[in-house]
Design a protein around this ligand. Sequence first.
Ligand code: KIV
Length: 264
Amino acid sequence: MSTKKIRTTDILKAKNQKKLVCTTCYDSIFAKVLQDSSSLDLVLVGDSLGHIVQGNHTTLDVTLENIIYHTKCVKNSLKTPLLVSDMPFLGMSTDTATLFENCQKILVAGAEAIKIEGHHPHLCDQISLLTGYGVPVMGHLGLTPQHIHSLGGYKKQGKTPKSSEILMDAAKRLEDAGCFGIVLELIDFEVSQKITESITIPTIGIGSGPYCDGQILVLHDLLGMNTEFTPSFLKLYETLHLKIDTALKTFAHEVQNEIFPPKT
Ligand code: KIV
């Protein structure tokens, strides 16, 4: 059981040494469970909270304030894994002062790094500026959910030679911009392998095959709490939905039949 604090430098050093284990978290009670389990390298306050916490169909409604709030909820109970928070949709303001202010708010809330979706040349310049000023940034390529409407739906990326070339180039540019890692989401397995082999920073895959340097799954998905989300890449490590259902039915039965609370 490791209690050593994991930092961005440890994530970088893990490349070709060990597979990185990552998940999401949005609240304090789960953060405590994750901390106690001591099995994670990196925890993400992802804008997937739009689905999991807010019940929305996309991540587009998630605000900077939401990310700040949930980062604060997680940070006090999570000590060892690196805590990364998402920059929400269009949080990368073109105004540098606002951009710095947004990043500062996320870091002051407790994040130790910021994940930024996309690879537009202007975005890579902004990432380069941020990393130059000491803001640790993790990239995110492939099926970037914030771009769901421009990508035309939730579908695998990198399936044509042209799109695979764009992704390879983007990964290199994010590395050059100073990212300490890149999430590869729903990318053709061969392409994510090529990306992983062509850059010196770790890749963290989700639905992108076994050749990435690490894997991330949304916590509530891997625990089997979200019965509506069953993509083929997901492995259920538990079926908590069923366990909670059984517990609640037992509670209801005992209250209705005056078994709980006991009379003596
Ligand atoms: O928002 C999120 O949780 C993510 C992960 C699925 C990588 O971006």
